[in-house]
Design a protein around this ligand. Structure first.
Ligand code: ADP
Length: 804
């Protein structure tokens, strides 16, 4: 203590110290230099359990008992050391203070010597505090850190490690070892970018992730990472930035999980899904393909049917010109069948030659393959079939192009043009014939004019002569004969013309009967007599002894024979010989007219039967014909079921015309003859009605000569008048009368008393079937065509009278 200070001042100072020491939160004990307690504040009292009164002057050791926390050995009191060494003794850790009642509490303590003004140690002050609270907190923290450490270290499923702010590995747990394959000592201190695949490192991914984590506190991702050794695993990563309390970046924690399995499972699932999707797409595709195939099949079928049913031949080749397909028409034309043709070179199957040269022709397919264009119709081509038969064809070929325009084959279409050729040929011939006919017709008209003028000139001359020699009738005799001849000639020309026109229109009608050939021949010879005589020819007629009959129109047949005789006379120089022979040949009669005349060139033998055909048309050789006589002959003979042919050994060597006509059985003739005898009936009362007075009178006269009683009327009304009193058995009625026609007159006559049973016979210039039909409907019994054949009329009258 300071001697200069007053005891009061000193006392005050001690009081201040005591109060201060009492108020502070730590335990404070002071001792004197002997280490005996001089003061302890309330905190020290409560920590030690001793009161100041109890321990004042007591050695410190008996109050402040401390042991080492761990060893429980006595710990040197810091106050003792501070007294001894005169130094401040720092906190002795891990010290337990044992209180008066034996309770122990961890304390921190420190001791410092108390020095007086002279620097001399006057005692020690011991400061200590209860660290139980701090200890348990520390303990708890230690424990929890330990647990965490154990947890982290023991965690095998997670790689958990720390990185420093630059990314170097600081810690390494078991999971990291397991997952990444590195031992802690291998990896701690290394940069974490080695866990990344090269491409990620090159892309700066590791640094970028740290940056992200720094900025956002956390970075999460999944991605490929490398194990030691370089194998990859799929990692789920969380990087968390760690900051110090002052906010400075301390580093990062990184938790990595190997989710390869999951990823694989996911991928498997995804692959399955994809596969499933692909499968169903494929399924859909397959369906689509099936549909397409179906459509294609349908299309192919359509194509096949089309090809099969098409009228043209179709042949398809590939790009090498080998046959891939041919339709039935092509099979028929080439003679090859589908089965044995496939793959053969086209030339073998489709062998063509030029129609004119007979040389091998280039196949259109070859040209198509070469030039890639449609090759049109090659005309004049002959297809030689497998069996060697040939036929003209038209063909064309076109390329079949693939997707990119490349030629994948050729389709060849061809057809048999035989028929077309034939009809073309026919048409050409018909045209020629038509031209010839037109030419002939023109020539004919010119000739007709000429031929008509020929007889007209002498007629006009004769008339002139008669006029001049009016007073001398004796001169008329030769004139009249000449006029008659010319007239006959004219009439014959006109008749022939009419006949020809009727024949060409099919309008000639035959009045067929059983006709004796002798009569026909006789009539023909009589008719041709004048011409034969004029030529001073000698005619010999040879007939068989027995009678022969033909079923036919005797007038027409006589006309036929007469025509042949006339020609023989015309085309034989004067004083020639004409021979007419009739003979039986099997069931036919052969009539032949031969002459020694100018003959007929062989080429003309069949043509002369054509209308208007004449061998020599020059007018000086003209024999006054129109070139229609033989046409008539031929038609008439054919209408009788016969034939006519011409023979000649050539010009100047005479001609012969031969007729064949079917013969009629003699027995049949007899029966017919008997029938013809029968109707010789009694005389009748007949009324002849015709507005043509001459016709009426001549017919009346003829009937009277046959023994009938006859009256004539020249019109309908007069006929009715006369009939009323005359009461005819039969009426011959002209149909075409002016005023009251024949049908009307007949109807009226029928109404007269007693005339209902009269036989009505129509007389017309027309023998057509419709006329007959009409008169039949009008109640006529028969229909006769003018001029009336007296024999036929007799027979008719007899038979009608009989049935009346
Ligand atoms: P036309 O005698 O009027 O000329 P035809 O039809 O009767 O006509 O005869 C046709 C052609 O046949 C005659 O023009 C003639 O050239 C030839 N002809 C007919 N008969 C004979 C015959 N007996 N001898 C030589 N030629 C004949």
């Amino acid at each position: 203590m300071e001697s200069k200070k007053t005891p009061e001042a000193l006392g005050a100072q001690q009081e201040w110290l005591r109060v201060t020491l009492s108020s502070i939160g730590d335990g404070v004990i002071t001792t004197d230099t002997d280490g005996c307690i001089t003061f302890l504040n309330p905190v020290a009292q409560s920590l030690t359990g001793w009161s100041l009164e109890e321990v004042s002057g007591v050695p410190l050791e008996s109050v402040f008992k401390i042991v080492n926390e761990e060893t429980r050995g006595t710990v040197e009191n810091p106050a003792t050391r501070a007294l001894r060494e005169g130094l401040v003794v720092g906190l002795a850790n891990h010290t337990l203070l044992i209180a008066k009642d034996g309770t122990e509490r961890p304390i921190d303590d420190s001791a410092a010597p108390i020095r007086n003004a002279k620097g001399k140690i006057g005692g020690v002050v011991l400061v200590f505090r209860d660290v139980t609270e701090r200890r348990s907190a520390e303990q708890a923290l230690r424990l929890s850190e330990e647990r965490f450490r154990l947890l982290v270290e023991g965690t095998k499923d997670y790689a958990i490690f720390m990185l420093d702010p630059r990314g170097h590995v600081l810690t390494w747990n078991a999971g990291a070892e397991r997952i990444k394959g590195y031992q802690a000592e291998e990896i701690v201190g290394q940069h974490f970018s080695r866990f990344y695949p090269l491409e990620d490192v090159q892309a700066g991914k590791p640094e970028w992730e740290l940056k992200e984590a720094t900025a956002r506190g956390k970075y999460e991702e999944e991605g490929w990472r490398l194990r030691k050794g370089g194998s990859r695993f799929w990692a789920s990563v969380v990087i968390t930035a760690l900051h110090a309390e002052n906010g400075a970046l301390r580093g990062f924690s990184k938790v990595t999980r190997d989710v390869t399995e999951r990823k694989r499972a996911e991928e498997n699932a995804r692959r399955l899904l994809q596969e499933e999707a692909a499968r169903s797409a494929a399924e859909a595709g397959a369906q689509e393909a099936r549909r397409a195939a179906q459509a294609e099949r349908a299309q192919r079928e359509q194509l096949r049917v089309t090809l099969e049913s098409i009228g043209d031949a179709i042949l398809v080749t590939d790009a090498q010109g080998r046959v891939t397909l041919l339709n039935p028409v092509a099979e028929a034309l080439t003679g090859w069948s589908k089965e044995n043709v496939s793959g053969r070179p086209l030339e073998e199957v489709f062998h063509i030659v030029n129609e004119r040269t007979g040389q091998h022709a280039e196949n259109p397919v070859q040209r198509v393959l070469r030039e890639g264009v449609v090759v049109g119709l090659a005309n004049h081509t002959i297809l030689i079939a497998k069996d060697g038969s040939s036929r003209p064809i038209d063909d064309s070929a076109a390329p079949i192009k693939g997707e990119h325009g490349t030629i994948t084959g050729v389709v060849l279409v061809f057809r048999d043009v035989t028929e077309r050729r034939r009809s073309e040929e026919l048409l050409r011939r018909q045209n020629q014939e038509l031209e010839a006919a037109t030419r002939q017709k023109d020539e004919f008209l010119a000739m007709l004019a000429h031929e008509l003028r020929n007889p007209l000139a002498p007629l006009r001359n004769a008339l002139q002569i008669m006029k001049l020699a009016g007073d001398t009738p004796q001169a008329f005799g030769p004139m009249r004969e000449m006029m008659e001849r010319q007239l006959i000639h004219l009439v014959r020309l006109v008749d022939d013309l009419l006949d020809v026109s009727r024949i060409t229109r099919g309008k000639i009608e035959l009045r067929k009967e059983l006709a004796p050939l002798s009569a026909i021949v006789q009539s023909a010879v009589e008719a041709s007599g004048p011409l034969i005589e004029a030529g001073e020819h000698r005619l010999s007629v040879v007939l068989p002894p027995e009678a022969m009959y033909v079923e036919g129109d005797p007038t027409r047949l006589a006309q036929v024979v007469s025509n042949l005789l006339n020609n023989a006379a015309k085309y034989t120089p004067p004083k020639g010989q004409i021979r007419l022979t009739v003979e039986r040949q099997d069931g036919a009669v052969v009539i032949r007219v031969q002459d020694t005349g100018i003959g007929i060139p062989a080429a003309m033998l069949s043509q002369i039967f054509e209308m208007f055909t004449q061998v020599d048309r020059s007018s000086d050789r003209s024999q006054g014909g129109l070139g229609i006589g033989l046409t008539l002959v031929k038609r008439l003979v054919e209408m009788h079921g016969g034939t006519v042919t011409a023979q000649s050994e050539g010009p100047g060597r005479g001609s012969a015309f031969t007729l064949h006509l079917p013969l009629v059985d003699v027995e049949k003739r007899r029966a017919q003859d008997d029938a013809r005898q029968a109707p010789q009936g009694p005389a009748c009362r007949i009324l002849v009605v015709d507005d043509n007075v001459d016709a009426a009178e001549s017919l009346s006269m003829m009937l009277r000569l046959s023994g009938h009683e006859v009256r004539a009327a020249h019109g309908g009304p007069s006929a009715i008048d006369q009939a009323a009193t005359f009461r005819p058995d039969a009426v011959l009625l002209d149909i075409g009368m002016p005023g009251m026609n024949g049908y009307e007159t007949g109807r009226r006559l029928r109404e007269l008393p007693g005339l209902d049973k009269a036989v009505l016979i129509a007389l017309t210039g027309w023998g057509q079937e419709e006329d007959r039909q009409r008169s039949k409907e009008a109640g006529f019994h028969a229909h006769l065509v003018k001029p009336v054949d007296p024999g036929a009329l007799e027979g008719l009258l007899a038979s009608l009278q009989a049935i009346r």
